[in-house]
Write a protein that binds this ligand. Structure first.
Ligand SMILES: Nc1ncnc2c1ncn2[C@@H]1O[C@H](COP(=O)(O)OP(=O)(O)OP(=O)(O)O)[C@@H](O)[C@H]1O
Ligand SMILES: [Mg+2]
Length: 231
């Protein structure tokens, strides 16, 4: 269970806090979805949970244990927005082994299997993969470290409809073994697989019933509400 208690991020340079008294609970084998417009603090929240940004106040717990940034770096696997822009390996194998030369072939195969890329020759260049395959590879890079918590920043951004569907199906499958926290400005297909939902607006997080969002998303397009544009 991930548990955030009154988490605040307020760098000295900004007039108001970027994250304001965030409270959040996410159980194992759940997908949590944070929906918020650009600049609302989504990526900052994930960076904090990945141990890359130190909270100004508040606490982060995993079960009963309060976590430091070092714990968080071990516990979490963060997939950045457009992860393919950060690939540095010349091949799929190199990409997976970056920083982990000790990894055995078996672990590498398992991670690729997990994301449906087991059929790829390991010498394939990451640049030559399709957009959806690149996202899968970026996920495998994190899964290979066996994190408890997968953090995904706009995982479906820039993918076409069919690749989005494939990725959403994959995330639903990964839920069997991991807790996932996904942030997005456009819930879209991700709504279908979310167990918990929150809106984030100017750093304020509010819980919202995913069933309510799903019902509203199914309303005709001329309805005044759209799940993709929650404010
Ligand atoms: N270290 C920092 N110092 C000052 N301001 C920051 C810092 N980090 C983030 N911000 C500001 O905090 C706000 C939230 O940024 P963040 O990148 O988390 O938003 P976001 O919801 O991920 O937006 P997008 O959807 O565009 O990716 C922005 O106004 C950003 O400029
Ligand atoms: Mg962002």
């Amino acid at each position: 269970m991930l548990y955030l208690k009154n988490l605040v991020y307020h760098p000295a340079a900004t007039p108001t806090a970027i994250l304001k008294q965030i409270n959040l609970e996410l159980a194992p084998q759940q997908i949590g979805l944070v929906i918020g417009p650009s600049g609302s603090g989504k990526s900052t929240l994930l960076e904090m949970l990945a141990g890359l940004v130190e909270p100004t106040a508040g606490q982060i717990f995993w079960r009963e244990q309060e976590l430091t940034d070092v714990h968080l770096q071990q516990l979490s696997g963060l997939v950045f927005q457009f992860p393919e822009r950060h690939f540095c390996g010349g091949s799929v194998l190199e990409e997976l082994r970056l920083g982990h030369p000790e990894l055995k072939a078996e672990q590498i195969n398992r991670a690729l299997q997990e994301v449906g890329l087991a059929h790829l020759p390991l010498h394939t260049s990451p640049e030559s993969l399709s957009g959806g395959q690149q996202r899968r590879l970026a996920l495998a890079v994190q899964l290979i470290r066996q994190p408890y918590l997968l953090l995904l920043d706009e995982p479906t951004a820039g993918l076409d409809w069919s690749m989005r569907r494939q990725l959403v199906n994959l995330l639903a499958k990964l839920k069997a073994d991991w807790s996932l926290l996904v942030v997005t400005h456009d819930a879209g297909e991700l709504l279908a697989i979310a167990d918990r939902c929150w809106t984030l607006d100017h750093g304020k997080l509010q819980s919202i019933d995913p069933n309510l969002l799903r019902a509203k998303a199914e309303q005709p397009p001329d309805s005044s509400f759209s799940a993709g544009s929650i404010r």
